[in-house]
Design a protein around this ligand. Structure first.
Ligand SMILES: [Zn+2]
Length: 81
């Protein structure tokens, strides 16, 4: 997985993510430290869920999920037709 790139808002240098805190299911706080020795800024960045592009299969009713697993991939489209 690609790492999140955080830049220092004071000097623009890449910052190291030292630790993180799960505030909620949709919000994570990243504790960052600027790698520029002349700056040394330490700061917190909020990483927050924005919106859904494609719904999770976990949101489907259990009965429908069960049927999807039972049929062949070719037949799965017919369940939504
Ligand atoms: Zn900096």
């Amino acid at each position: 997985m690609r790492q999140v790139l955080v830049r220092c808002c004071k000097c623009g240098t890449k910052a190291a993510i030292e630790s993180s805190k799960e505030v909620s299911d949709t919000l994570k706080q990243l504790y960052c430290c600027c790698r520029n020795p002349e700056c040394g800024h330490t700061f917190v960045v909020n990483m927050e869920f924005s919106h859904t592009l494609s719904p999770s299969a976990l949101d489907l009713p259990d009965a429908l999920r069960q049927r999807i697993q039972e049929v062949t991939p070719a037949m799965q489209g017919q369940l939504f037709g």
